[in-house]
Ligand binder design. Sequence first.
Ligand SMILES: O=C(O)c1cc(=O)[nH]c(=O)n1[C@@H]1O[C@H](COP(=O)(O)O)[C@@H](O)[C@H]1O
Length: 248
Amino acid sequence: MNPLLAAGLDLEPVSPVIVALDFATEREALDFASRLDPAQCRLKVGKELFTASGRSLIEALVARGFKVFLDLKFHDIPNTVAHACKIAAELGVWLVDVHASGGRRMMAAAREALEAYSQRPLLIGVTVLTSMEASDLAEIGITIPPEEQVLRLATLTRDSGLDGVVCSAQEASRLKAALGTDFKLVTPGIRLADSAADDQRRVMTPTAAIAAGADYLVIGRPITRAADPLAVLTTINREIALYKDAQQ
Ligand SMILES: O=C(O)c1cc(=O)[nH]c(=O)n1[C@@H]1O[C@H](COP(=O)(O)O)[C@@H](O)[C@H]1O
């Protein structure tokens, strides 16, 4: 259990930026996290780092006061996913995700498994990966445009009782209008105006994503591979704060 949460301390306000710790070793990830403050960003641990380091890294980050997104995109039969989500809750993570294409019964089982936890993680459904575009979907038999498939899966996710979805910021305004402002939108595929898209296809800049309605921005390489990661993170946080101020 996160000691700060256990002590009843609210970590808000925390930046909406979630830095993707896509490192190959626990050492690199912890060294990187040592340069960050939990108010500056949340942290995401995904398949590469989790496969390398397992639960000890999650426990270390949670103990340092970070809100941790455990991004293992569970996609399996309902029983397996439900039990995996319970273990994530016991690790004290802030957010955990499952693939929405696992279907309603899988998502509902995951949601129900978290009912027992008074401070449960947010449960989020991954819609269409931000690395995919229409031609990728067509190859797996989905012939509707990506934004329609995202809306379909996001609606199913909401109806299954989850807290929100992972989508691209390009779909954010449509999803907020259709599904309501409380339904959380977690948006990877964030790129600075001058950064390479890499393997991402449905991209948007940080401020444009916030303006479109994204609640959280997942950002990896534009920060972690920058010559000065802290400077990039600080600039992004400042731009978002300025945008929000201007809206008030
Ligand atoms: O669930 C995710 O976080 C995720 C979903 C998605 O549709 N697209 C996506 O890029 N991600 C993750 O977001 C991060 C994006 O990293 P960068 O492309 O380096 O910014 C990676 O860790 C991906 O695993």
